[in-house]
Design a protein around this ligand. Structure first.
Ligand code: HDD
Length: 752
């Protein structure tokens, strides 16, 4: 290196590391000028280094924690604290006169209201969140120095779950990918793990992200369909960019319609690089494994729920937490040696459209997350939380995955328009729990009152503070990986061209029932496309995954099945990808108990108690609301035949169901009455409930009068998962056993 070049390198090194402050860093030299090295006197902490303030910036103690200032006192005031005597009438010239412009309260109230909305997220707009705690097992201590992963360390977390395509007000149960974004408030700074419930992504390069999202969002002319991928532009994109085939196949599988946020896996998707205290590195993929297992809705259930309860997942999460059924996930890692080529068993670790099957690299649990508190305010917390894949802590670093690299730019950028400026990190939900001592100043919505005169480094005026940290003092130091010499190109590695071997692996790993669901999903979504050319192109893509899949979808679309254009890859199925099989905890499951109100109330009480004792949620369904009270021991009714729909329940127990009430249907002519009597002996609403539940593979049980009701519904004992018993508790026991498998899978007879 020439002397001039050496000088430049030295200057850069000094600027980055602040002279010799990284002990042992090669070639570090004393700074060229006489910089202060010790604080003359400790500076007081700046206001943005603490949690929400309890005093006003003038130093006046208010005694009220800042976050509680809104509605914290007894009297209504203006934003400036002046007490108000009326908030319903504008100030007018007489009771019937014109409104006076001097009415500050009117202007302040309306102006604030006019600005209550902020732009929704450009993707993942619809979400629900919860607070919780993460406890490290210490199992990752050998591969990362991240302090929050050490044994027994507890770290507060905030998790936001979301759908990708829909607007803020869209339905929860649409077919879509789900976001799983976790903010760890560690002692070393915030770590955000911003993942999805699907371990691969649509595209391999962030440059295509606006394109895939434009294709998935509603059509720009009519702005329809909302929160759907079943339309031309989506299928046009994913069939022209066949790298999307793998992710799309997961979307069309049951993973696209989760039963609950509590029953989803989460994936960091990209490969990350961990570094331990000795500087040794390991490549990893992060996984969240739900304690309740991974479960899904069936498609008809998802569609009905989108209409009858669009907030289904949001409600489910909040209700479970409020009831004390705290959802839990284990964080796990798949580990791979950090080799130069960054491949594992022939799989490119930098390609975000590829998984590494768990059979090849097992997921090792490294900690447990428990969500135990609902947000107090949706806007302040769930809406304003700002995640960023670049929020990292020492011990965790990124890789050169081109999708991840683009994300590192996007997440910071988007918050500036969404949250109105660069100070979103000061919002209570985004504040780190580590001390902050930055040199960022001013900007929109600055809430810190910085002291000191020298927000630059080095300085000699603010006692030299802030000083830089080094390795020993907890600095975040990027792993100094070698970047091989290369030409600048707009290109990708040849391994990125393999778009079909892993979709085939996924398809072959599915059980027959899951395959049938996939066929039905493709047939539905492509059936919603207008352009035949898009359907035909989609069939060509499916033929390259599997001819059987292609043939079944083609039959459903009424189109000829094309031949595959590629030789099918020889792949080993991964049983870990199937959701079927297994026996899971039933905590938090919802059991509907149907009663006519006149039948075995003792049994209803008994079964209600037993459901609660098993950690599940009993909901009593009766013809009308209120309290059932035949003998002084009341039973509260949570749902009526009008408000209940089968989709809300994981299983249904029937104590009895009455004949239809005359008044429920209004006046009918005699002929209609006769017809009704012939069709059914019981009220058609519980009848619909049990037949629908049956179709959706749910366990159904009955005792006493309920047996007759089920028989009237055409569900005599015998078909899989229909249980009759003499006592309520015996029936519940049998139904609970079935619930452990999520659904009565034997009821489905797949043709595949
Ligand atoms: Fe993204 C939000 C997950 C690729 C750009 N993304 C967002 C959220 C999740 C993900 C869960 C919601 C966070 C929240 O709840 O606030 N995104 C992913 C995953 C990806 C991914 C798992 C691929 C592996 N994203 C991706 C790319 C880009 C973005 C390639 C851009 C180049 N994502 C954004 C964004 C969002 C976002 C525009 C919208 C709101 C936000 O960031 O805060 O910046």
């Amino acid at each position: 290196m020439s002397a001039a070049a050496e000088k430049v390198v030295e200057k850069v090194r000094d600027a980055v590391h602040g002279g010799n402050e990284i002990p042992g860093a090669p070639g570090t030299q004393a700074p060229p000028v006489d910089e202060p090295t010790d604080a003359r006197e400790p500076l007081p902490p700046k206001p943005d280094q603490r949690g929400p303030e309890t005093y006003s910036p003038t130093g006046q103690e208010t005694g009220i924690p800042q976050e509680k200032v809104a509605q914290g006192g007894e009297r209504l005031t203006t934003a400036q604290g002046a007490r108000l005597y009326d908030t319903d009438h504008s100030l007018k010239a007489g009771p019937r006169g014109p409104v006076l412009i001097q009415d500050h309260h009117l202007r302040e109230k309306i102006t604030h209201f006019d600005h209550e909305r902020i732009p929704e997220r450009v993707v993942h707009a619809r979400g629900a969140a919860a607070h919780g705690v993460f406890r490290g097992y210490g199992a990752a201590a050998g591969i990362t120095k991240a302090a929050f992963l050490a044994e027994g360390v507890e770290t507060p977390v905030f998790v936001r779950f979301s759908t990708v395509l829909g607007s803020r007000g869209s339905a929860d149960t649409v077919r879509d990918t789900r976001g799983v974004a976790t903010k760890f408030y560690t002692g070393e700074g915030v770590f955000d793990l911003v993942g999805n419930n699907i371990p691969v992504f649509f595209i391999q390069d962030a440059l295509k992200f606006p394109d895939v999202i434009h294709a998935g969002k509603p059509h720009p002319d009519r702005e329809i369909p909302q929160a759907q991928s079943a339309h031309d532009t989506f299928w046009d994109f994913v069939t022209l960019h066949t790298e999307a085939t793998h992710h799309t196949l997961w979307n069309m599988s049951d993973r696209g319609i989760p039963r609950s946020y509590r029953m989803m896996e989460g994936f960091g998707v990209h490969t990350f690089r961990l570094v331990n205290a000795e500087g040794a590195t390991t490549l990893v993929k992060f996984h969240w494994k739900p304690k309740l297992g991974v479960h899904s809705l069936v498609w008809e259930e998802a569609q009905i729920t989108a209409g009858v309860d669009p907030d289904f997942h949001r409600r489910d999460l909040a209700d479970a937490i409020e009831a004390g059924a705290f959802p839990q996930w284990e964080l796990g890692v798949q580990t791979f040696p950090d080799t130069e080529e960054q491949m594992f068993e022939g799989i490119d670790l930098l390609d975000p459209t590829k998984i590494v099957p768990e059979e090849l690299a097992p997921v090792r649990p490294i900690g447990l997350m428990t969500l135990n508190a609902n947000p107090s305010n949706y806007f302040a917390e769930t809406e304003q939380v700002a995640f960023h894949v670049g929020h990292l802590v020492p011990g965790i670093d990124v890789t050169d995955d081109p999708l991840l690299q683009g994300r590192l730019f996007s997440y910071l950028d988007t918050q500036i328009s969404r949250l109105g400026g660069p100070n979103f990190g000061q919002l209570p939900i985004n504040r780190t729990h580590a001390p902050v001592n930055d040199m960022l100043r001013d900007g929109m919505h600055q809430t810190a009152v910085h002291t000191g005169v020298a927000p630059y480094h080095p300085n000699s005026l603010d006692g030299g503070c802030p000083f830089l940290a080094g390795e020993e003092t907890g600095a975040y130091i990027e792993v100094p990986v070698e970047v091989p010499a290369a030409r600048k190109v707009r290109d990708a590695a040849a391994s990125f061209d393999d778009h079909f071997s892993q979709p085939r692996l996924f398809w072959l790993s599915m059980s027959p029932t899951e395959r049938e669901h996939i066929v039905a999903a493709y047939t539905f979504e492509l059936g919603k496309c207008w352009e035949t050319a898009i359907k035909e192109r989609a069939l060509k893509v499916l033929a390259n995954i599997d001819p059987d899949l292609c043939a079944h979808v083609a039959a459903g679309l009424g189109l000829p099945a094309p031949e595959a254009s590629l030789v099918p890859a020889v792949v080993e199925p991964s049983p870990a990808l199937s959701q079927l099989g297994g026996d899971w905890p039933v905590e938090g499951r919802t059991i509907g108990i149907v009663t006519s109100g006149a039948d075995d109330l003792d049994g209803v009480r008994e079964v209600r108690r037993a459901v609660l004792d098993a950690g599940m949620v009993p909901l009593v369904i009766a013809p009308a609301g209120g309290v059932l009270d035949q003998d002084g021991d009341p039973v509260t009714v949570q749902r009526t035949f009008t408000t209940a729909r089968s989709t809300e329940f994981d299983a249904i127990l029937v104590a009895g169901a009455p004949a239809p009430a005359e008044e429920a249907y209004g006046a009918r002519d005699a002929k209609a009455d006769d017809d009704m009597a012939v069709v059914t002996a019981i009220d058609p609403r519980p009848l619909l409930m049990v037949t629908e539940a049956y179709r959706h593979g749910k366990a159904i049980g009955a005792w006493g009068e309920g047996v007759g009701a089920l028989e009237a519904a055409g569900l005599p004992e015998g078909p899989a998962g229909v249980v009759f018993g003499t006592t309520a508790s015996a029936v519940l026991q049998a139904v609970t056993r079935l619930l452990g498998g999520h659904r009565v899978w034997g009821r489905f007879t797949p043709a595949l």
